[in-house]
Design a protein around this ligand. Structure first.
Ligand SMILES: Cc1cc2nc3c(=O)[nH]c(=O)nc-3n(C[C@H](O)[C@H](O)[C@H](O)COP(=O)(O)OP(=O)(O)OC[C@H]3O[C@@H](n4cnc5c(N)ncnc54)[C@H](O)[C@@H]3O)c2cc1C
Length: 567
């Protein structure tokens, strides 16, 4: 079968679909994706959304990919695909395991690259697939678990050889869905896209979580009403919070928390990359090797993970000092893509996304009338109503669920607790201008913003209220002294003249967030429990929830979803 017929087979009858999901189990250099995208662009009648999932063991390097695909396009006269190739290369991700979401045509065409062993990945995807492109019958049982109603398989002809592999398809045959051994009665993660006229959601909370969700919904064309008790007030959660860190983390066994933080950092960088430096400064971060307590050999951790150096690299004390522009006593892991963020600047920017409107009000509880969710205040007044609600009020999410009679005793959310803490602001001049990158370890020191460096932070267990305290300032100065290798720092600063910011972290067991549906209340979702990583998990929460409501392939794997969505 020639190229045109392959694409025609995959696009067969697609005009009747609102969206089409195609899984290519052997993505290689992505020629098939480029052809499908081109066909979608040229079609007069086509699905509103085209989602392609490409499975591959490792991602080729961008430059190698460019040279290889260019040559192949020229080889068969496919130059009309060059603009699409260029667009794909511009957002081509680093070779990191897990899922990567690339968006084109204002999100109407998406490419989800799943990197790792194909059989493992097939078990980890949460998606309904309409068309599969497979080369081996051995993948059929796993494909059956992902098949949508009416799904079909295109068989790649192995005999055609690698050079023409993506140009040759033998047959297009129906594939029936197999039921998994444990079938949930209803899986909100795998729903059909919400109809256009029902695309209205209420979000309770305008912190990182709420605004992350609101942005993800709004850019998909949803109407979003965000309700916050403190929006626009001096008491707003991050009004005084001068700067915060957006940094990935690693673990030797690449555990769920590390994978989630990688996915979250990647999503945040992709969504917030165009923000001005005053809001998001890509300054990089050094995670210093510990010098006391439980010492983990960070160089060995990175050796085991084999990540590209553009994502994480081990640096000596000399290299770390060079990067920070200050003499640091230790080396550690350098994350070049880490960023310093101005929290309120970020929230303000997200609130201006077309489709979002902000309401200043305190939500007390939810009520459901005829399938529509209402958010009520303490007097019983209806603040707003919509078919979908996302509760993202940090620690107060628990209270709203309880008031609504929706908090199950044994749910993970019932064990969420508040952990107070404060950061301090120190004049950059007292730190010779401060570090050029984030210096982290036991706490952190951030590059200066408007003449001050944020240093922190404290952990106040069982606190009744959060305040900036003298003890907190002293503790943060000691942390900064240790990180920056300036033992005399606390002695030379007038603590009484320093300012700071204090806030709450909502913490769940394992310091993993709660993101997902409230199963016993269809239409209600939560995004909370972000602990110390609100920036890392905000966009990811948004793209997971908005993705599910739009019937998209989910942006993280099944095992992660199961862990964070057990609400
Ligand atoms: C000292 C300190 C330093 C930190 N540093 C960092 C850092 O560097 N990087 C990082 O990523 N994270 C950091 N964090 C953690 C980060 O602040 C949290 O993870 C983040 O705030 C969680 O966001 P959220 O939107 O879930 O909750 P919140 O920030 O608590 O926001 C919840 C919002 O919901 C509103 N709300 C709550 N209930 C209701 C209701 N019933 N009705 C209406 N509105 C309601 C609140 O007014 C608030 O605006 C730090 C935290 C502390 C305490």
């Amino acid at each position: 079968m020639d190229d045109a017929r392959v694409v025609a087979a995959l696009c067969q009858a697609w005009s009747g679909e609102s969206r089409l999901t195609i899984l290519d189990a052997d993505f290689k250099e992505g020629l098939l994706f480029l052809k499908l995208w081109d066909a979608w662009r040229e079609a007069t009648s086509r699905p509103k959304r085209l989602h392609v999932i490409g499975l591959l063991p490792a991602l080729p390097d961008r430059v190698a990919l460019q040279n290889d695909v260019r040559a192949r396009l020229k080889g068969f006269g496919g130059e009309q695909l060059l603009p699409q190739l260029q667009a794909m290369l511009e957002v081509w991700p680093l070779n990191l395991p897990g899922l990567h979401r690339l968006e084109f045509e204002a999100g109407a065409v998406t490419l989800t690259l799943a990197v790792g062993p194909v059989d493992v990945l097939l078990n980890r995807l949460r998606v309904r697939v309409d068309r599969f492109v497979l080369s081996h019958t051995s993948l059929l049982p796993q494909a059956r678990l992902l098949a949508a109603d009416g799904a079909q398989v295109c068989w790649r002809d192995q005999s055609a050889g690698l050079a023409r592999q993506d140009a040759v398809v033998r047959t297009l045959v129906p594939i029936t869905r197999a039921q998994p051994s444990v079938v949930p009665p209803y899986d909100p993660w795998l729903q059909s896209p919400v109809a256009l006229d029902a695309q209205h959601a209420l979000v309770v909370g305008a912190g990182f979580a709420g605004m992350g969700v609101a942005q993800s919904l709004a850019i998909r064309g949803w109407r979003v009403s965000v309700i916050d008790a403190n929006w626009g007030q001096q008491t707003s959660a991050h009004q005084q919070h001068a700067a915060a860190a957006l940094t990935p983390m690693v673990s030797k066994d690449d555990n769920i928390r590390a994978r989630l933080s990688r996915a979250g950092s990647l999503r945040a960088q992709s969504r917030w990359g165009a923000l001005p430096e005053s809001v998001l400064l890509r300054c990089g971060a050094i995670q210093l090797q510990r010098d006391q307590g439980r010492i983990v050999d960070l160089a060995a951790v990175l050796d085991a993970l084999q990540f590209p150096s553009q994502w994480a690299q081990f640096v000596s004390a000399e290299q770390a000092s060079e990067l920070a522009g200050m003499s640091l006593g230790r080396g550690g892991i350098y994350f070049p893509t880490a960023a310093r963020v101005h929290p309120q600047g970020l929230l303000n920017a997200l609130s201006t996304t077309p489709g979002i409107d902000m309401l200043h009000a305190q939500a007390d509880r939810l009520a459901n009338t005829s399938g529509v969710w209402q958010v009520l205040d303490a007097s019983g007044k209806v603040l707003a109503s919509a078919p979908h609600v996302v509760l993202a009020g940090g620690i107060h999410t628990q209270t709203v669920l309880k008031q609504s009679g929706l908090l199950k005793e044994n749910a993970r959310l019932a064990s969420m607790h508040a952990l107070g803490g404060e950061v301090s602001f120190i004049p950059a001049a007292d730190l010779s201008g401060g570090p050029r990158c984030i210096v982290a370890g036991d706490g952190y020191v951030l590059p200066q913003q408007e003449g001050h460096c944020v240093i922190g932070s404290t952990y106040a267990h069982a606190a009744q209220e959060v305040l900036v305290t003298q003890a907190g300032l002293v503790a943060n100065l000691k942390r900064a002294a240790g990180l920056l290798n300036i033992p005399e720092l606390p002695g030379r600063i007038n603590v009484g003249a320093l300012a700071g910011w204090a806030g709450w972290r909502a913490v769940l067991p394992g310091r993993l967030p709660a993101i997902g549906p409230v199963l016993h209340a269809p239409g209600v979702w939560v995004a909370c429990g972000f602990a110390s990583r609100g920036l890392t998990w905000a966009t990811l929460a948004g793209d997971l929830i908005a993705g599910a409501l739009n019937g998209e392939p989910l942006v993280v794997e099944n095992d992660i979803i199961e862990t964070i969505s057990d609400n």
